[in-house]
Ligand binder design. Structure first.
Ligand code: FAD
Length: 466
């Protein structure tokens, strides 16, 4: 068996792993990264990027269909018949993914990182066997980073198949299903459910809890729920899926009162969660501590074994690409001798539903739980000129400030296109800004971002436009 040595070995080239590898290479660390599939991981191949491509295509299609039905008459816009060749849409999405795959490979090469294509398996904490197309390679390393990511969870009795799909399956469909049942009303289910509804599917969301998007407070989720209903999506809460008959395309359901029913579903999309990818790479050969099914790490992303680091989804929530990237960057710097530890004030999160939801820092509920004395101000887009010109007055920006000091503890927003405000929100929190700082910052007019300044003006007691 071929054998090689390196300073740093990274398992998994998702956003966590590849960012760690690029930074390590740039900092002069001899680095090898192993990837079983394609560079970019879940995010680039079957997650963030493909889902946002499909969401964008669905938005464009829906806009044109709606215009054809007279929705834009007041603006003097009308269109003819709109059609979609969804196979072509998916081809376009695949083109973006291919470009990004090549981009990541190029960046790894530029940073002098060696890429091994294959499945990595630990023999011990310093030795990994990579089973690739050209046989096995034994890699000895001084340090190793586990960045194996996560995988979708299925429902007992309903394994993934052509008809019962994970998000990965839904993002490779070449035809829009006539009817689609989405099991799980979290962000992935609602993002994709909304997109397919706009593409013409009859969508039903099946959620076992008493409301969808339960990770957000009701004030944030309400505008999204309103829009789901407007799009004709059926919401079944306190309902569980119990089985699927592919032959007659029927999904069996159990309600809160244990009453059973069936609904038509040509395809079923299961989005009930994701779990750490802990099997297949030899966890059993190492003595690593896990907690609730994720690898335990300290503030330096170090596991319970010296020289073994873990980053990204495999280490738990929040399972977000930008968190994985920030951890990857930090670990590489640490290994290059820089003084580092995880001291980020907030990790923003975006739910790309329609309207979108952005959260950064503490929500009012978080502040209450943390025992903070706080105030909340809320500026509705109804009072924002830009929102009116975009015909999207739904939603608001909410600022949570510490009482007496006005230090910004958290900012949340729900509204069309508010994902682009996430940078301003996290910057304010990361810089330790007070409401006065944002209130005194000149915001360009007319923009949705003026809502942030307005909410902060209100927090200082000097609101203007409300
Ligand atoms: C539909 C969907 C939409 C999403 N949208 C967003 C979004 O909008 N924003 C956001 O921030 N996050 C989003 N996410 C989450 C995001 O994709 C993940 O948080 C991110 O990809 C985690 O990065 P990672 O590096 O930890 O792992 P991953 O991206 O999962 O990468 C892990 C890599 O490790 C490889 N691997 C695993 N085991 C081995 C082995 N033994 N040997 C070799 N290689 C191995 C895998 O093949 C994979 O490529 C979305 C996820 C999904 C599913």
């Amino acid at each position: 068996m071929e054998s090689t040595r390196t300073q740093l070995l990274i398992i998994g080239a998702g956003p966590g792993g590849y960012v760690c590898a690029i930074r390590a290479g740039q900092l002069g660390i001899k680095t090898i990264i192993v990837e079983a599939e394609k560079p970019g991981g879940t995010c680039l191949n079957v997650g963030c990027i493909p889902s946002k491509a499909v969401i964008h295509a669905a938005d464009e299609f829906y806009k044109m269909v709606s215009a054809g039905q007279g929705a834009s008459d007041s603006m003097g816009i009308s269109t003819g018949t709109t059609t979609i060749d969804f196979g072509k849409t998916i081809g376009w999405k695949n083109g973006i993914v291919d470009r990004l795959n090549s981009g990541v490979s190029g960046l790894l090469a530029k940073a002098n990182v060696q890429v091994l294509q294959g499945v990595a398996k630990f023999r011990d904490g310093k030795t990994v066997i990579v089973d690739g197309r050209e046989g096995e390679v034994q890699v000895h390393c001084e340090n190793v980073v586990i960045a194996t990511g996560s995988e979708p969870v299925d429902i007992p009795g309903m394994p993934f198949s052509d008809h019962v799909m994970s998000s990965t399956g839904a993002l490779t469909l070449t035809e829009v299903p006539k009817s689609l049942a989405v099991i799980g009303g979290g962000y992935i289910g609602l993002e994709l459910g909304t997109a397919f509804a706009k593409l013409g599917s009859q969508v039903t969301i099946v959620e076992s809890e008493d409301r969808v998007l339960s990770q957000y407070d009701e004030q944030l989720s309400t505008p999204v729920v309103k829009r789901l209903k407007h799009l004709g999506i059926t919401l079944l809460t306190q309902t569980r899926a119990s089985g699927y008959e592919a032959d007659d395309a029927m999904l069996s359901l159990i309600g809160s009162d244990n009453a059973t029913s069936d609904i038509q579903a040509d395809r079923v999309l299961v989005t009930v969660g994701r779990r750490a990818r802990l099997s297949g790479w030899g966890l059993e050969e190492l003595s690593l501590t896990t907690e609730n099914g994720f690898l335990s790490i300290n503030e330096n992303c170090q596991t319970s074994m010296l020289g073994v680091y873990a980053i990204g989804d495999v280490t738990g929530e929040p399972m977000l690409a930008h968190r994985a990237m920030a951890q990857g960057d930090m670990v590489a710097r640490l290994l290059a001798g820089q003084s580092q530890s995880w001291d980020r004030q907030c990790i923003p999160a975006v739910c790309f539903t329609d309207p979108e939801i952005v959260t950064a820092g503490m929500s009012p509920d978080d502040a209450r739980l943390a025992g903070e004395a706080f105030d909340v101000t809320n500026f509705p887009f109804m009072a924002n000129g830009r929102a009116m010109t975009l015909e999207r007055e739904d939603g608001f920006i909410r600022v949570v400030t510490q009482k007496h000091t006005n230090v910004i503890l958290g900012i949340q927003a729900v509204g069309a296109g508010v994902s682009e405000l996430s940078a301003a929100f996290s910057l304010a929190i990361e810089m330790g800004a007070c409401a006065e700082d944002l209130a005194a910052t000149v915001h360009a007019h007319p923009t949705m971002s003026e809502g942030l300044q307005e909410a902060c003006l209100m927090a200082t007691g000097y609101g203007l436009h409300l």
